[in-house]
Write a protein that binds this ligand. Structure first.
Ligand SMILES: [Cu+2]
Length: 224
């Protein structure tokens, strides 16, 4: 359903969408039920000839039950959401699978710069490839990212991957993703970081193995 608006292009995108869908369905069902009962009672117990509208203060046990029973049911649904949320959190944020490559994501007002690992798959070596506002990764690779900021709070977000990570000055905020569909997707800063925040967009190109090799060769620093 959500994928008809934003494509699912990472290994954990479907899990995040299912979680959003679960929360939406549960809250919608309760909203509709609560409103139906609310307006149904207003209509049924309204003042009409031979019947006065009643003032109910909610202190009698038979009235209070209308709050306590649904409240307990909502708590049960809370626990159900929590189980799936913790599962997704562990999968996406806590477990860090062994990466195929690493990339540095650097936020500054108001652009993203990236340091690609190059052929040795390690950053901080002479074959690193530095780019501004364009990140290249290979489809199927598990990519570890290390996010740093040169100035203020930013947030690295790739909607098609259902990925969002705050980038905090003075820290390295790391994470991972595995792109599953080749294509070009939007990167957005999702933390209000100043007057240019709205234009702090970049793109991520998910290359096929061949186009990734071509890009790496074309952009390799001279002498490596
Ligand atoms: Cu920003």
């Amino acid at each position: 359903m959500i994928e008809s608006f934003v494509p699912q292009a990472s290994s954990f995108a479907a899990e995040i969408d299912n979680l959003i869908l679960l929360v939406t369905v549960i809250t919608m069902a309760w909203f509709v039920a609560a409103q139906a009962i609310f307006f149904g009672f207003i209509f049924k117990f309204r003042e009409k000839p031979g019947q006065r509208a009643m003032h109910i203060d909610g202190y009698k046990p038979e009235h209070k039950r209308w709050i306590t029973y649904p409240h307990n049911a909502v708590l049960v649904f809370d626990v159900i959401v929590l189980v799936f949320a913790v599962k997704a959190w562990n999968h996406v944020k806590i477990d860090q699978p062994t990466p195929n490559t690493t990339v540095q994501v650097i936020g500054q007002r108001w652009a993203w710069t990236f340091v690609h690992a190059g052929n040795d798959n390690a950053v901080g070596t002479p074959d690193d490839i530095k780019t501004a506002d364009e990140l290249h990764v290979k489809v199927g690779d598990i990519v570890r990212f290390e996010g740093t900021s040169r100035d203020t709070l930013h947030s690295f977000s790739v909607p098609a991957f259902r990925l969002k990570q705050d980038i905090i000055p003075g820290r390295v905020n790391s994470g991972w993703f595995q792109p599953t569909v080749a294509g070009t997707y939007t990167i957005q800063c999702t933390e209000i970081c100043g007057i240019g925040h709205g234009v702090m967009a970049a793109r991520i190109v998910v290359d096929t193995a061949e186009s990734y090799a071509t890009w790496m060769a074309a952009n390799a620093p001279s002498g490596t």
